[in-house]
Design a protein around this ligand. Structure first.
Ligand code: HQG
Length: 189
């Protein structure tokens, strides 16, 4: 992805997950924004964005962060929202027996005490891919890979949802379902 598109993609994540107000945009209750309006308001607020650029960002994004409506007139972030007003309205889905979460060593005392909490977002984000989890953890410091016993969580009545891009979401993960899985691939970087 070009440098310009990376920066536009970050802008879109910020607007569609956290702060549509920043450019005067309204999202509907499920987080969808009208694409023409989004482009108009982005340009108006000093962030140049074209329709072709928006479609290429959606297509090229390796994490598939954005979803389009079938007629391609609306866009939303697939996951990651902090906005309380948005409900993605995802269907409850059965996850694989184990899921992973990558975090940083400095959060571990609190996680072992309180479990995984959504913090600023609506959900705790989990993945079926340990490498992706480690990469996520690395954003915050020395990474730690956690394994979540989703099978046991389901048995105990916890609910899971899968975002359009495959990310697994749940409201919280109490500490009894978490184990630390140090990966041989973790480097000390
Ligand atoms: C940690 C990326 C202390 C949690 C990824 C994480 C993801 C706690 C941080 C998506 C805690 C929150 C979300 C507790 C959790 N005490 N720390 N009790 N419970 N934490 O960014 O999962 O590139 O809100 O471990 O791929 O890191 O943005 O969540 O380190 O899918 O598209 O608190 O963001 O996608 O951080 O990442 P975040 P996350 P994008």
């Amino acid at each position: 992805m070009s440098k310009a598109n990376v920066s536009a993609s970050k802008f879109l994540s910020y607007i569609l997950r956290h702060k549509p107000d920043a450019i005067g945009l309204s999202l509907d209750s499920e987080g969808w924004a009208n694409i023409d309006e989004l482009i108009r308001l982005a340009n108006h607020s000093g962030t140049p964005l074209t329709l072709a650029q928006l479609f290429s960002i959606v297509e090229e994004d390796t994490k598939q962060r954005f979803s389009l409506s079938p007629d391609k007139t609306f866009i939303r972030a697939a996951q990651g929202h902090s906005l309380k007003s948005v409900r993605l309205n995802l269907t409850e889905t059965l996850p694989p027996d184990r899921l992973f979460h990558g975090t940083a060593e400095r959060f571990m005392d609190s996680i072992l005490l309180n479990g995984l909490l959504p913090q600023q977002r609506q959900y705790v984000h989990l993945t079926d891919n340990p490498d992706t989890a480690l990469e996520t953890g690395r954003r915050y410091g020395k990474p730690v890979l956690l394994t979540v016993n989703s099978q046991k969580m389901i048995k105990d009545g916890h609910k899971f949802y899968q975002a359009d891009n495959g990310v697994w979401l749940t409201v919280k993960v109490p500490n009894r379902y978490i184990s630390i899985k140090e990966s041989p691939r973790i480097s000390d970087s």
